[in-house]
Design a binder for this molecule. Structure first.
Ligand SMILES: Nc1ncnc2c1ncn2[C@@H]1O[C@H](COP(=O)(O)OP(=O)(O)O)[C@@H](O)[C@H]1O
Ligand SMILES: [Mg+2]
Length: 239
């Protein structure tokens, strides 16, 4: 392991009560750029994301973040350390306004003192959210809700953002905009672990990729090599 690894996952076994989903999964995310998590429906990507965020327990194995063992740490402490999940399905608070949703993203003690500055930054990145800051989140379009979910994640001042299926259910145009945003956040220095159904786009954005099947890593490497792998092409790119 080199010193630049932000996240190291070693042999993680986990899942839900009565259902084991992750069967000894290992991966690492270096600082900077996008690491893509590929795999079909039900492969275990969301389960892994929730486990990394501390929302599901680890039965075996270890998770290290910035060199520290966080396997047993509660989820709020992981957010405080800079490990921030933007969940599948967005999970914004529907009856709260855009601004209130964003403010809630900054409740960890590290981010809270800077919430106003973070808010300005999020509104700068997402002018659309500024236009709608007093609207209830439920009135936003799917794409806008995704922006809000990412914005809320940014409010927590993440060192690593776990971004789960950001383009799910969005139009091709909106999906492209979300990917442009991802690229911009990465250019600004954010590190991302990205689970995405759009394999073509995510391999395009990623430096490295992991393929997950049945809760195990079955292929890994530079995104370009994964994109050229005939097995991957056939299974995920329809080529
Ligand atoms: N709340 C749950 N309780 C039990 N099993 C679940 C739950 N959520 C997901 N699963 C199962 O875990 C497996 C992996 O699902 P998931 O992690 O959501 O996959 P992916 O995100 O790759 O599509 C699937 O077999 C799914 O049915
Ligand atoms: Mg999922």
């Amino acid at each position: 392991m080199t010193a630049s690894a932000l996240l190291e996952v070693e042999g993680v076994v986990g899942g839900y009560e009565g259902t084991q989903v992750l069967h000894g999964l290992s991966l690492r995310v270096g600082a900077g750029g996008v690491t893509a998590l590929l795999g079909g429906n039900g492969a275990g990507k969301t389960t892994l994301m929730k486990t990394l965020a501390g929302l599901l327990p680890v039965r075996q194995g270890r998770i290290r973040f910035q060199g520290e063992d966080i396997t047993e740490r509660p989820s709020n402490e992981r957010v405080h350390a800079g490990l921030v999940l933007v969940p599948e399905g967005r999970m914004v608070f529907p009856s709260l306004t855009v601004r209130e949703n964003l403010r809630l993203g900054a409740i960890n003690p590290r981010a809270r003192p800077h919430w106003q500055k973070s808010l300005d930054h999020v509104f700068h990145v997402f002018p659309r959210l500024l236009e709608r800051e007093s609207q209830a989140a439920v009135t936003l379009s799917g794409g806008e809700q995704q922006m809000l979910a990412i914005g809320r994640g940014l409010m927590a001042q993440p060192r690593l953002m776990l971004l789960d299926e950001p383009t799910l259910g969005l139009s091709p145009l909106m999906s492209r905009q979300i990917f442009e945003l991802v690229q911009r956040l990465v250019a600004d220095g954010l590190t991302l672990l990205l689970a995405e159904q759009d394999v073509f786009q995510s391999l395009n954005a990623a430096g490295r990729a992991y393929v997950i099947e049945n809760g195990r890593v079955t292929a890994e490497g530079p995104a370009r090599a994964i994109a050229d792998d005939p097995r991957i092409k056939q299974a995920y790119l329809g080529l």
